[in-house]
Design a protein around this ligand. Sequence first.
Ligand code: G4P
Length: 189
Amino acid sequence: MELLKKRIQSEGKAIGKDIVKVDMFLNHQIDVELIQAIGQEFHNRFKDKQITKILTIEASGIPIACMTALYFNVPVLFGKKYTSETNDNSTYVSNVYSFTKKQEYNIRISKEFLHENDKVLIIDDFLANGQAVIGLLDIVNQAKSTVCGVGIVIEKGFQPGRKNIEEKGLQVESLAIIDSIKDGIIYFI
Ligand code: G4P
């Protein structure tokens, strides 16, 4: 998506060789018009899949999922992150390890909102190692619902997230794929 790549190139800040900060429009301040265009693009790519629910994870996935859901006319469901050990029979839980943040957390989704007949589109802001998406997939499997695809705003193509998801037989659509980061410059595939 050319518009998105231009924004990453002009406003994104490269941190070392593997982190891109896009706080100007995605992760802190939010450019709603851009997110709307992103939602429309995800709709174009997955409109034939009879999606019944958009699934994401808090926090940055939520606005993107909401704009996408507007085009599909379906609800958004987001995984809540928590660290407590309490057992709760009313929720599905999956454990995720973030390599970027070097910490483990649980994601929780109420059983009330995810059902066997749901056809789910997973949306997230970044794809790095794919652990957040794999946690969401685990929850969808627990609910016996179906994942119809994964939509990512910014994929870091030099990390193994895509491979880890595609080997589960899923379609991954990323709107901008970063090939490498060198001397503060971001290169796309
Ligand atoms: P993974 O899910 O693909 O394995 O990614 P990982 O655990 O390594 O990433 C953890 C968090 O860091 C995620 O946000 C992810 O979106 C974010 N992240 C990964 N790489 C980058 C990057 O290059 N730039 C930025 N800005 N973020 C990155 P999160 O913990 O879920 O936080 P949030 O949604 O509350 O913002």
